[in-house]
Design a protein around this ligand. Structure first.
Ligand code: PHE
Length: 345
């Protein structure tokens, strides 16, 4: 037979092509070429019929042996290529989560939330309960019951976000946590020792010292025989407990419709420790919030006898406190959520 068919050469060439196939597609093509119906090997097998019987058997055996050798090589190559392609696909699909983890680690509470938690802990340690209330309020809770008459200028000072619900300008995002005073006075048994933290809203453009959505914490105490000295003492005790030694509190005259007398609550400037600097405009003091004795008119609005009960309230901005405590020149970092800022706390 095989005069014209150099079987050994055919075998070597086929094995080399199989070995060099770069991908599965190429391998399929090579397989067609070397084993397919028109391959030299198949043609050689077909031409066996023209050989004498004894030669035919011999030559047939050799061709079959070469064929199965090539088939085995193809199978081996196919497994290797499949494995390589699978690995490449996995590599391409891989989401490298370790990069995020290694850089940032797990998340944590926002600085404002951490501060709110700390404040609650301090007040709970002083014997206060924590109460939360709605951020959407009615005019009555936010203003009217707190002794802000309609068209009172102090309402304009708290530019409100009104909601299109019910009568015009009757439903709003609360402008302070003080409506919680009214809610507690209406629903709690006396005496009351409570703090009320939460989010508040005013129509202001965000700047270095303001945010349109901000946080306050408010305290309300109502009992028999509460005096201004209790107010001042509580504020001083809180200031010491929260800021530690070296930071004191002081009260200056103030004015709020729902407290009488009213005061502004100030603490030693935490930047210069009272010596006077740019942050405190050289005064050594920083204003944190308002306070005062519950106005008898408020007691009247909620049906509490002002002859028997008296009380005080104070409230201040948590964001402002964070700014002062950590020396942030611009409050807007608290709402931008830049991870490089947040991860520092
Ligand atoms: N609600 C007042 C404000 O937001 C602060 C305040 C609270 C004043 C409690 C007196 C008593 O400005």
């Amino acid at each position: 037979m095989m005069a014209g068919v150099p079987l050994e050469e055919l075998r070597a060439k086929a094995l080399q092509e199989v070995e060099q196939a770069p991908g599965l597609e190429d391998l399929r093509r090579v397989e067609q070429e070397v084993l397919g119906r028109r391959s030299p090997l198949t043609l050689a097998h077909r031409s066996l019929g023209s050989l004498p019987l004894d030669e035919r058997r011999d030559a047939g055996a050799r061709i079959n042996q070469v064929r199965s050798e090539i088939q085995e090589a193809i199978e081996g190559k196919r497994r290797a290529l499949e494995e390589a392609e699978r690995a490449a696909r996995l590599e391409a699909d891989r989401l490298d989560l370790t990069e995020v983890l290694a850089t940032w680690g797990p998340g944590h509470l926002h600085l404002v939330t951490q501060t709110r938690d700390e404040l609650e802990d301090v007040f709970v340690g002083m014997g206060f309960a924590v109460a939360e209330g709605p951020e959407v309020e009615t005019d009555w809770y936010n203003f009217e019951a707190l002794n802000y008459p309609p068209a009172h200028p102090a309402r304009a000072a708290q530019d409100s976000f009104y909601l299109k619900v019910g009568e015009p300008e009757q439903v709003l995002l609360r402008t302070h946590t003080s409506p919680m005073q009214v809610r507690l006075l209406l629903t709690s048994e006396l005496p009351i020792y409570a703090v009320m933290p939460g989010r508040c809203y005013r129509r202001e453009t965000a700047d270095a010292r303001h945010r349109p959505a901000f946080h306050q914490i408010e305290a309300l105490v109502v009992d028999r025989g509460i005096t201004f000295a209790d107010l001042a003492g509580t504020i001083e005790e809180f200031t010491e407990a929260y800021f530690g030694p070296g930071i004191a509190s002081r009260l200056r005259p103030g004015s709020f419709p729902f407290t009488e007398p009213s005061g502004e609550y100030e603490v030693t400037c935490t930047i210069c420790r009272g010596r006077g600097c740019r942050t405190c405009s050289g005064t050594g003091w920083i204003e944190l919030g308002g306070c005062g004795m519950v106005d008898p008119a408020v007691f009247g609005n909620v049906g509490i006898d002002a002859e028997e009960w008296s009380g005080f309230a104070f409230g201040f901005g948590i964001d402002r406190l964070v700014q002062v405590r950590h020396g942030l020149s611009d409050m807007r970092v608290l709402q931008e959520n830049d991870i490089r800022f947040l991860r520092q706390f």
